[in-house]
Ligand binder design. Structure first.
Ligand SMILES: Nc1ncnc2c1ncn2[C@@H]1O[C@H](COP(=O)(O)OS(=O)(=O)O)[C@@H](OP(=O)(O)O)[C@H]1O
Ligand SMILES: Nc1ncnc2c1ncn2[C@@H]1O[C@H](COP(=O)(O)OP(=O)(O)O)[C@@H](O)[C@H]1O
Length: 197
């Protein structure tokens, strides 16, 4: 625990940075099972926003676990710490004026709410990539479901580790048998409808 520390207010603040970037900073927080499509959709959405000269930053589970969270595994405790760190990093990026896109399983409601509560009203947009586990397992892009079923991987989300479905996400991306590009168009329309992009 840090003690004897004092918060400094700086002359250049979030509002000023957002103004100079010409956008409303926020976090588009993707959550869903492994293989649900978080990374694919987040990546395509970032390309679309960047093409419109938006300033974005994508934080992706697999990548962050190579560095910032490279010391963490997949126990419940480690997942909580993973999402805590990502939440704090997201808050910093939002403070920098960015549109942050995160793609983590983030299986626990309390941890997603932790991030929501770190941010100002309207800055946290929960996007539930609601792809049934049967589809995720059928896709199995990294062969991880196969390993989880054979017992080679323990604590695998949806198999022997919980995924808590969002109760009231801002956006629920219902599964449809369509291309990722089509899904992103659907998502973009929902975001635009809410005035978020
Ligand atoms: N046990 C277990 N359970 C779930 N996922 C596993 C596991 N082991 C490795 N992987 C790979 O790690 C990626 C998930 O990391 P996250 O940081 O998003 O997970 S979490 O939010 O902390 O639950 C996840 O990436 P995605 O498939 O992109 O979701 C997997 O590739
Ligand atoms: N409509 C779709 N949206 C997203 N991904 C799709 C779609 N259709 C097929 N896929 C495939 O499903 C897989 C999703 O994997 P990935 O994006 O890594 O998911 P996650 O990040 O949630 O683990 C990819 O191989 C992707 O090409």
């Amino acid at each position: 625990m840090s003690t004897n520390i004092v918060w400094h207010e700086h002359a250049v603040d979030k509002a000023r940075r957002a103004e100079s970037l010409g956008q409303k900073p926020l976090v588009l927080w993707f959550t869903g099972l492994s293989g649900s499509g978080k990374s694919t959709i987040a990546n395509l959405l970032e390309q679309k926003l960047t093409a419109q000269d938006k300033h974005t930053y994508l934080l992706d589970g697999d990548n962050i676990r190579h560095g910032l969270c490279g010391d963490l595994g997949f126990t419940a405790q480690d997942r909580v710490e993973n999402i805590r760190r990502i939440s704090e990093v997201s808050k910093l990026f939002v403070d920098a004026g960015m549109i942050v896109i995160t793609a983590f399983i983030s299986p626990f409601r309390a941890d997603r709410e932790f991030c929501r509560n770190l941010l100002a009203e309207g800055e946290f947009v929960e996007v539930f990539v609601d792809t049934p586990i049967e589809v995720c397992e059928q896709r199995d892009p990294k062969g991880l479901y196969k390993k989880a079923r054979s017992g080679d991987i323990k604590d695998f989300t949806g198999i022997d580790s919980d995924y808590e479905v969002p109760n009231n996400p801002e956006i629920r991306l219902e599964y449809a048998d369509e291309s990722a590009e089509q899904t992103v168009e659907r998502l973009y329309a929902m975001l635009a409808d809410k005035g978020l992009v």
